[in-house]
Design a protein around this ligand. Structure first.
Ligand code: AKG
Ligand code: FE2
Length: 302
């Protein structure tokens, strides 16, 4: 016996009339209205949130006030908290390789990440099982600066011309861990290399993932590439690879694939790390910007 979703939905629970998912007028994103993350969601709400995330890639909740326990409890409906392998440092890792469940994304108190611009990335891309999604909760926000932009990697892939898609479809990309590179800077090289050439020792451990990834829930193909992390295409000529990556990066960072969020205190944004990149603009270090982040575990990309 099987039942269609339309038949099942009324049985899950009654959705409050105030609950609505409103798509943003942008390349991705939707606002969730009439929902307090502190309250246990009814089944049909959860199903609607999961469906909307798959379709819109980021969900914006305004006016939220969860404490840490309620924030964690809400995220548990979408998966377990991301835990890095002990030998792969990530943002907030301690010397033994463990990371806190809730990361302080803040330029004050004990926060991490300061006030600098952040280039576009997917959280924990450089680990064997990158995060499926992250949630950021805004507690203090400066009057200007510190905006976060998300990029739709499905649309970026779909907009590539056919010969480029054919060229990249089977390629494997190593995305080197930037937190390891910080520990092992290259002598005489200013900044982090954007593409590993044969004269640069590879950082270990490293992991290769498909450059074109299939989304595990929607089945859509997408360009799984960050803006500035050190990378290398497996088995590919280094200068050709560097040129290809530069071209793909210029392509995916176009405003037509982007949504920029101007934060308000009480916002929670939940995004899909398997379909988006996010970047942040710099802000005045004399101002306070304080957010809390929970990243969810993911699976091996295919
Ligand atoms: O500060 C931000 O807006 C984004 C920080 C970030 O990349 C993250 O929390 O994963
Ligand atoms: Fe991030």
């Amino acid at each position: 016996m099987s039942a269609s979703l339309a038949e099942l939905a009324p049985r899950l629970a009654t959705v409050p009339a105030s609950f609505r998912i409103v798509p943003l007028d942008a390349a991705l994103g939707a606002v969730v209205e009439g929902f307090d993350v502190r309250n246990a969601p009814v089944g049909a709400q959860l199903w609607a949130l999961k469906t909307a995330l798959r379709e819109h890639h980021i969900l914006v909740f305004r006016g939220q006030q969860p404490d840490d326990a309620a924030f964690l409890d809400f995220t548990s409906h979408f998966g377990t908290v991301f835990a890095p392998p002990r030998n792969a440092p990530v943002l907030g890792s301690d010397p033994y390789g463990a990371a806190p469940d809730i990361v302080l994304v803040s330029n004050v108190d004990d926060g991490l990440l300061g006030n600098a611009e952040l280039t576009a990335h997917a959280d924990h891309h450089w680990t064997p099982q990158p995060s499926s999604g992250s949630l950021l909760y805004a507690l203090e926000i400066p009057a200007t600066g510190g905006d976060t932009t998300w990029f739709n990697l499905v649309k970026a892939y779909e907009a590539l011309d056919e010969p480029t898609r054919r060229e990249i479809d089977g390629l494997q990309l190593i995305t080197y861990n930037p937190f390891l590179r910080r520990r092992h800077p290259l002598p005489g090289v200013a900044g982090v290399p954007r593409y590993r050439t044969p004269d640069i020792e590879p950082l270990t451990p490293w992991v290769a993932h498909p450059l074109v990834r299939t989304h595990p829930d929607s089945g859509k193909r997408l360009l799984y590439l960050g803006e500035a992390t050190e990378v290398e295409i497996v088995g590919y000529d280094a200068s050709r690879g560097a040129a290809l990556i530069a071209r793909l990066r210029a392509h995916l960072l176009q405003p037509r694939f982007a949504y920029t969020h101007r934060w308000q205190v009480g916002d929670i944004v939940y995004w899909d790390n398997q379909a988006t990149l996010h970047s942040r603009t710099a802000f005045d270090p004399a101002t306070r910007r304080r957010l809390k982040r929970i990243s969810l575990s993911g699976s091996r990309p295919f």
